[in-house]
Write a protein that binds this ligand. Structure first.
Ligand code: GLC
Ligand code: CA
Length: 572
């Protein structure tokens, strides 16, 4: 780990202000299946990414998080790995991967790989061996419940309403899968499993990858004997799954065996983790992970009873501000966070947090102003930089994600309201962010000349990269400017964060301060004009960025923000 000197914020310098590259990183999440197809089979691939390396560099990002490209039957789009040391056929070859890595490094961009720790594919040779006989040496690589003990205690599955235990005839036993039936959970209690996983990590690090995004890592430790789930967790199985008894032991061992030997970046997908627990994973004394990303705002705007449905009444900006502020507080003195809106598991940010019709560009720019001015490592999801929107499929046959398809089938079979579900999916389905990147006005948005694996959003005639390049007022140009701004002033990375106007349901305003540099970020999260009240001692030094160029550049006591206006002011 490269640790430079502390940057003091004026008070007691927190350990979290120790400078490191991964705190200063600007991450671009690349979903390879939908980025660029090089051989017209309709599936994005590694050579497709290689053909767009200059574009990535032009954004100013310096880390790529690449979704899984390992061998996989793609039941869950690469999150069901059948061989961790090989590249999925559709994605290309190991040579392609090495060329990609080299091309990124030559452009000053690091790569973090997506490591699936909790489960493998059922087609992985370990599982094939494991299920072959109760006495196979690989039996204990997974979790089994012999049928003579009766029905195993209930466990919920993210992808199957029928639950997380599936019966397998061959050995008359049930196996555990928190996700799909084709994603059996690994048994981390078994030291041989841990040894194999650490060797896989070293394999990729030795190849030159710069770190890992740890998929579903909070679920790896299971209570031995699989007792009944305590009452308090009955409606919140994520919290139960992520409170396994040996989770921290495994992370510390992983750090000792692998992480501490490399200058790498680690980011954990922290399902079920609260801000109060954040430092248990990222505190410097803990020697576990460097950063993690949470789901609190991903659950905002959703029904608390079921994340499959949006909830208009659960969309208070004040709640959103509380969420981000509490996570900021968690990392004030130690540890470090991540900030994102879209991922491959969340719908498009402009459709969800902005206004994707009248104020598509303005609200996209506002959301980027937020992401790139917070005290956490920002993540940009591919396509958001050209303000791509939810596709909002009409028919179940348009969907490719097993999450949506399985739940639809469950509802259909049990007489549920499939129409209401389809309407809800237009806002929440994961496939909304998985449609192909829109490069141009050419056929299939220039993604492929073949038949794309998932439909291209028909709005590509206006929303595409080539048009955005030509339009100086585009989100794309603004994102580049905002990235450059973040990189130019350390206050955006290391400065203190202070929320103002906590109660406002339309304005998100905060200051950042590092030594003598002070900036005020003003974001109008609404379709209406809004007056902005400046701090009493405010003297403007400079308008640093403004998504309504020319409006409000003359800052005095009375400023009216335009709909979805975002402005950053440096002041004394
Ligand atoms: C993570 C991934 C998601 C996947 C799941 C199971 O949440 O981000 O896409 O379905 O893990 O691996
Ligand atoms: Ca292809």
């Amino acid at each position: 780990m490269v640790e430079k000197e502390d940057i003091s914020t004026g008070g007691e310098p927190g350990i979290s202000n120790k400078q490191t590259w991964w705190k200063e990183a600007i991450v671009y999440q690349l979903y390879p299946r939908s980025f660029k197809d090089s051989n017209d089979d309709g599936i994005g691939d590694i050579r497709g990414i290689i053909s767009r390396l200059d574009y990535l560099q032009s954004l100013g990002i310096n880390v790529v998080w690449l979704n899984p490209v390992f061998s996989s039957p793609n039941d869950d789009m690469g999150y069901d790995v059948s061989d961790y040391r090989n590249i999925m056929t559709e994605m290309g070859t190991m040579d392609d991967f090495e060329e990609l890595l080299k091309g990124l490094h030559q452009r000053g961009i690091k790569l973090i790989a997506d490591l699936v720790l909790n489960h493998t594919s059922d087609e992985h040779e370990w599982f094939v061996r494991s299920k072959s006989s109760r006495s196979d040496p690989f039996r204990n690589f997974y979790h089994w419940w012999p049928a003579e003990k009766g029905i195993p205690p209930k466990r919920s599955s993210v992808f199957h309403e029928e639950g997380a235990w599936t019966y397998d005839e061959q050995t008359d036993s049930y196996y555990l899968h928190y996700f799909s039936r084709k994603q059996p959970d690994l048994n981390w209690e078994n030291p041989a499993v841990r040894k194999e996983m650490y060797a896989i990590m070293k394999f990729w690090l030795d190849k030159g990858v710069d770190g890992f995004r740890l998929d579903a890592f909070t679920f790896i430790s299971k209570e031995s004997g699989y007792p009944e789930i305590p009452e308090q967790y009955k409606d919140d199985y994520f919290s139960y799954y992520s409170s396994g008894p040996r989770l921290h032991d495994y992370l510390q061992e992983m750090n000792r065996e692998v992480f501490c030997k490399y200058d790498l970046m680690t980011v954990g997908e922290a399902s079920g983790i609260t801000s109060g627990q954040a430092l248990l994973f990222t505190g410097s004394e803990r020697k576990e992970l460097q950063t993690l990303y949470h789901f609190d705002h991903a659950n905002w705007g959703r029904k608390t009873t079921s994340l499959y449905y949006p909830d208009e009444n659960n969309r208070k900006l004040s709640d959103l501000k509380k969420i981000f502020t509490s996570w900021n507080t968690a990392f004030e003195n130690d540890g470090w966070g991540a900030v994102y809106f879209t991922t491959h598991d969340q719908s498009r940010m402009v459709s969800r947090f902005g206004n994707d019709t009248t104020y598509r560009k303005e609200s996209s720019k506002l959301l980027f102003t937020f992401l790139l001015s917070m005290r956490a490592t920002p993540y940009i999801y591919q396509g958001d930089e050209i303000s791509m929107r939810n596709i909002r499929f009409e028919n179940i046959t348009d969907y490719r994600d097993l999450h949506t398809i399985n739940y639809y089938n469950h509802l259909a079979a049990s007489g549920g309201d499939v129409q209401a579900f389809l309407t809800a999916q237009k806002e929440v389905a994961r496939d909304n962010s998985r449609t192909p990147f829109q490069w141009s006005t050419k056929k299939n948005a220039g993604f492929t000349n073949g038949t794309p694996w998932i439909n291209v959003n028909p709005d590509y005639d206006t929303i595409n990269m080539e048009s955005a390049e030509k339009d100086t007022g585009s989100t794309l140009h603004y994102v580049r400017e905002m990235i450059a701004l973040r990189k130019s002033l350390p206050v955006f990375v290391y400065g203190d964060y202070t929320l103002m106007e906590e109660e406002s349901e339309t304005l998100f305003i905060y200051t950042r301060r590092l030594e003598d540099t002070r900036v005020l970020v003003a974001l109008n999260f609404s379709d209406h004009q809004n007056p902005l009240t400046l701090p009493a001692d405010f003297t403007l030094v400079k308008v640093l960025i403004n998504n309504y160029p020319g409006v409000n550049n003359e800052i005095n006591n009375k400023v009216t923000l335009q709909p979805w206006q975002a402005i950053i002011l440096e002041y004394k």
